[in-house]
Design a protein around this ligand. Sequence first.
Ligand code: NAD
Length: 256
Amino acid sequence: MSDRAGPCDGLIEEARQIIGAAKSITVFSGAGISTDSGIPDFRGPNGVWTKNPEAEKVSTLSHYLNDPEIRQIAWRNRLASPAWAAVPNDGHRAIFALEQRGVLVAVITQNIDGLHQHVGHLPENVLEMHGTMRFSICWSCGDRRGMQATLQRVREGDSDPACELCGGILKSDTISFGQALVPEVVERAMAASEDCDVLLAVGSSLTVRPAANVVPRAKAMGAKVVIVNGEPTAMDHYSDVVLVGELSELLPRIVG
Ligand code: NAD
């Protein structure tokens, strides 16, 4: 991603002062924070869907439940996911520094990769709006197990493993398109967006709703909004400062 020109020092300083003066900061993160850990995003210039629009079907609930071939593709993708070997980068670490400093309200994330928890956050401070890829869940009985145990069955030749308890369809414990979000997580995310001096949105195109609604919600409640992303977002008009550039370079500079 080094082809991007960074923002000017004045803007970086403005963002640094807003964050430095805040007593309570809520972070909203998207797939862009994990690309420097080797996990591609969906809609960025090198995104999975940008390169192959058909790939979106795998993340759509009706296709997944009704088409065994889509499920087989999904299981192969999960097995090959770069997320299993990924480790947090400087962007994740900069956000963790806010928790260590005692000013973090919560990290509301669209990510399913678990890297915010991996860097050391208290688990209750990370609100995974789109679930987690680290567990599989049965669509019929709700049996939830560590994903690695289910992937082991795929490795051993079961191309579309069924629930061992009831025979139902298994999927990752993530929110697919067409699937409802978990109300308790949404409530906590909305509360965190109302309860902050600053909402820092990072690595998201801010096009996926309702998750991205935390940005206008925070703004409406009087928070300052700082957006850091590799390209303009759908919600730049809500922001006090927009920084366009590399997250793993910019976040340490504005949080430090
Ligand atoms: P998105 O793909 O819509 O947007 C990601 C944004 O990050 C893009 O605008 C891109 O320009 C920017 N970006 C990418 N790398 C960057 C970098 N190094 N520095 C600065 N900016 C960078 O992502 P989204 O808005 O989070 O929505 C995608 C959906 O896909 C989410 O619902 C999420 O659940 C899922 N997803 C998650 C992961 C993950 O867990 N890591 C990965 C891919 C997709």
